[in-house]
Write a protein that binds this ligand. Structure first.
Ligand code: MN
Length: 200
């Protein structure tokens, strides 16, 4: 029997974000960390009803259940990492145009304020976790989550994310989380992906 969940291919070559995110980092982050969450999840759901569910259904079925912490953590981390790879693209970043640009102005005042708040969320997530741009009601908002937590279980729609676990940046930026975060916001954010999420 084949494993119920599989690792989606990266949306670009492993050196496509180099030198901002090196192929070495992607080799460990995608090839080892992301894959380990996937392998753990497949082991945990083997032979259970969970193996018949979609990844999102597994996340929703396991969140907040003390006896399913391992399932939730691994399923959410599989989802978060796939979302993260898609949140980045070569030549991305900066102020988006169109609907998103207008919504950023309406929600944050202007792009520079959004940029500051997004970076601040990433910097003030103590320890491991994620910073997110989300749609919350009619507005955009910036939020952060610890460990594997994610917006979908808080009634918010994720548009973009930044992984602030140390494994995401330590090889390229050592302890300089701010430099990593600002590089992603200014040069790698995939606004096309955010637009697609907004419309979905
Ligand atoms: Mn990660």
């Amino acid at each position: 029997m084949s494993a119920p969940f599989s690792l989606p291919p990266l949306p670009y070559a492993d050196n496509a974000l180099d030198p901002l995110i090196s192929a070495n980092t992607i080799g460990f982050h995608y090839g080892k960390h992301h894959k380990a969450y996937l392998d753990n999840l497949n082991k945990l759901v083997e032979g259970k009803d969970l193996a018949q569910m979609s990844l999102e259904e597994v996340i929703r079925a396991s969140v907040g259940k003390p006896d399913m912490t391992g399932v939730f953590n691994n399923a959410a981390q599989v989802w978060n990492h796939t979302f993260y790879w898609n949140s980045l693209k070569p030549g991305g970043g900066g102020k988006p145009g169109g609907t998103l640009g207008a919504m950023i102005d309406a929600s944050f005042g202007d792009y520079d304020t959004f940029r500051k708040e997004f970076a601040n969320a990433a910097m003030t997530q103590f320890g491991s976790g994620w910073a997110w741009l989300v749609k919350d009601g009619d507005k955009l908002a910036v939020t952060k989550t610890g460990n594997a937590e994610l917006p979908m279980t808080q009634g918010k729609k994720a548009l973009l994310t930044i992984d602030v676990w140390e494994h995401a940046y330590y090889l390229d930026y050592q302890n300089l989380r701010l430099k990593y975060v600002e590089t992603l916001i200014d040069r790698l954010m995939n606004w096309d992906f955010a637009e697609k999420n907004l419309a979905s």
